[in-house]
Design a protein around this ligand. Structure first.
Ligand code: SF4
Length: 353
């Protein structure tokens, strides 16, 4: 396959499948092992030029230079919160901006990156800053991978160790850009890539039932979290319009299917909003949903987003809800907000300066 391309349009070599790189090399009469060498340079070492591919013959490096480019996606803004959380902003080739967030917990040896999968989001959850931006486009697999690669490098430099966990919970709905998300996970976990176990990767979805089934059918070995945030349909639809298409019942059926096939423990994300979803009837309904399969409820503190009237549960109601969960024997983890002062907390990503 010789690359046919417009003089002015260059192709990022990382957008090619391995089979396409192999074919390209075959057409040039190059031995097949060159494909693996190139793949290693691109995904394991993250080089930004062909010049750095020092084990390739000079003529091949020059030819690659002629035919392709390697897009360098470096953060143009890095903000550090007083609690150690770090937010990275990237300007993409078309000028759009996206963000990812590093949440370091050195005392527990846990370093988590939260990555974006779309520019903006079409699902318009009422409590979320990204939802207010509307969806501009999906991110490519490379653009998702690059966020992980760059934050991993930062982590190595700052803490002397790499990332331990990756969550697809930044800007956008990952299951609406499924093939790119899937490819990025393959690259992150590949031996020639970052060699990170896909078991350390969590996809967090607002709930697209059909895609949850597909995830199960495709056998992707990552974890799955559902952003539930309300356990009664009328309340959930008020804050998450997607619930009108994919009701809680539809999602439970899809998650049961997912669990039957993968046997992966699931997570419900549940932000507590004051006097909205933190009552006894909410606790009862949530506990009932937890009977369907093994699940952990991750209770989150809400972070203010401008223009949103919902506020976080007061301390008393927050603690009371956690107790109600314990009384109902629900497995709960509690996540207090991180990175509020730099708008890096859950639901706050919206490219503000
Ligand atoms: S919470 Fe997630 S799905 Fe909802 S609007 Fe925000 S980014 Fe989109």
């Amino acid at each position: 396959m010789m690359m046919q391309q417009d003089q002015n349009i260059s192709i990022d070599i990382r957008d090619l499948k391995p089979s396409e790189i192999t074919k390209y090399l075959e057409d040039l009469g190059e031995p097949s092992f060159r494909g693996k060498q190139i793949y290693n340079w691109l995904w394991k070492h993250g080089v930004s030029s062909f010049e750095e591919m020092t084990n390739l013959p000079l003529a091949l490096r020059n030819k690659l230079e002629e035919d392709f480019e390697i897009l360098n996606m470096s953060p143009d803004l890095v903000q550090k919160s007083s609690d150690g959380t770090v937010k990275f902003r990237y300007v993409l080739k078309d000028g759009h901006k996206i963000e990812s967030v590093l949440i370091p917990v050195p005392s527990e040896n846990r370093f988590t990156v939260c990555v974006s999968s779309q520019v903006g989001c079409s699902l318009a959850c009422s409590f979320c800053a990204t939802g207010q931006m509307k969806r501009k486009r999906n991110l490519s697999a490379t653009e998702i991978f690059e966020q992980v690669f760059k934050v991993n490098e930062f982590c190595l430099g700052e803490y002397g160790r790499g990332l331990t966990n990756i969550v697809y919970m930044g800007m956008g709905e990952p299951l609406l850009t499924y093939s790119n998300v899937k490819r990025s996970i393959e690259l992150i976990s590949a031996e020639e890539g970052l060699s990170m176990s896909s078991r350390r990767i969590t996809i967090s979805t607002a709930g697209i039932a059909k895609m949850i089934r597909k995830l199960a059918d495709d056998g992707l070995k990552c974890k799955l979290a559902l952003s539930l945030h309300a356990s009664l349909n009328d309340k959930r639809s008020q804050i998450m319009p997607i619930n009108d298409n994919d009701s809680i019942e539809d999602l439970m059926e899809a998650l049961k299917y997912y669990y039957e096939i993968t046997k992966n423990r699931l997570t419900f994300e549940y932000i507590l909003f004051d006097n909205f979803n933190d009552n006894e009837e909410d606790a009862d309904a949530l506990a009932a949903l937890c009977q369907s399969f093994p699940v952990t409820v991750n209770i989150l503190e809400y972070n203010p987003v401008s223009g949103v009237s919902l506020i976080k549960s007061n301390e008393n109601r927050f603690e009371k809800f956690i107790k109600m969960m314990a009384d109902r024997r629900v497995n709960v983890t509690v996540r207090r907000s991180r990175g509020k002062d730099i708008d890096a907390a859950c639901g706050q990503l919206a490219n503000k300066e």
